[in-house]
Design a protein around this ligand. Structure first.
Ligand code: SAH
Length: 234
């Protein structure tokens, strides 16, 4: 079954966008995944086709109407969990990406303006997912990032499945540093061990570098990694 991303948006012209190029684009063309966009505005009822209105209680900006968005969700179809991209959501991580990529697809709601009326969130109870602690002007770039992260995990998308096992977060660590030709560049040599052809030593060196990078750059990940190690060692 083809993995299906259904995107509810006020800007369908933003898709496939970056998802039409390179790895994801080739996989899209090859039919490994499918993309459907649903224009939320098509579900507006009044003659101005309005999708937003002023917030009750006052304040700046506009809010997406619950009735219009609800009708769009109903009409969109699609498969897999319903997800609202929002800065207040659970921050997207590789564990969630894996889970979503293993399912039949995703249904993504992209907000605009100040966001959407709370009642449609209560009624539809989407999983709320954030890209990080910053504010985008709309959910579309977040949807593109989420889809990209999922698509590259689909079988047949990456040439070498090995690359997945080695990557950042796979073992709960950041990735080790990479080097390619030339072996000396601007007086900087590639670490000697990588030229040794000694696979065990290379593996150990990469592991050390990954641990070092995680400890220095992401103490939060490092703590969790240590806790998992401790649990695994009884
Ligand atoms: N007023 C809101 C921000 C609205 S930004 C607040 O202060 O939280 C408009 C839309 O962009 C949101 O509805 C959401 O769909 C999307 N968005 C903004 N930042 C995001 C983030 N970090 N992750 C995912 N979606 C985001």
């Amino acid at each position: 079954m083809t993995w299906l991303a259904t995107v509810l948006t006020l800007f369908p012209e933003m898709f496939p966008g970056p998802l039409g190029a390179s790895l994801a684009g080739k996989a899209l063309e090859a039919g490994i995944w499918r993309l459907e966009t649903v224009d939320i505005r098509d579900f507006a009822r009044d003659k101005h086709r309005s999708v937003d209105d002023a917030p009750f209680g006052g304040g700046p900006g506009m809010v997406m109407r619950p009735d219009v968005l609800d009708a769009a969700i109903e009409g969109a179809g699609g498969v897999g969990p319903l997800i609202y991209l929002t800065p207040r959501g659970r921050v997207l991580d590789q564990a969630l990406v894996k889970e979503l990529a293993a399912g039949p697809g995703v249904r993504l709601i992209c907000g605009r303006f100040e966001g959407v009326d709370e009642r449609v969130l209560e009624a539809r109870a989407p999983l709320e997912v954030s890209l990080g602690d910053f504010v985008l002007s709309g959910g579309e770039p977040a949807a593109i990032a989420l889809i990209d992260a999922c698509v590259r995990l689909l079988p047949g998308v990456l040439g070498e499945p090995d690359t997945l096992a080695e990557e950042s977060f796979e073992a709960g660590l950041l990735e080790y540093p990479h080097y390619t030709r030339p072996a000396v560049w601007q007086g900087r040599s590639v670490p000697e061990v990588l030229l040794s052809g000694h696979h065990e030593r290379i593996r150990a060196w990469r592991r050390e570098r990954a641990e070092e990078a995680t400890r220095k750059r992401r103490p939060d990940l490092w703590e969790r990694y240590l806790a998992r190690q401790r649990a695994a060692n009884g």
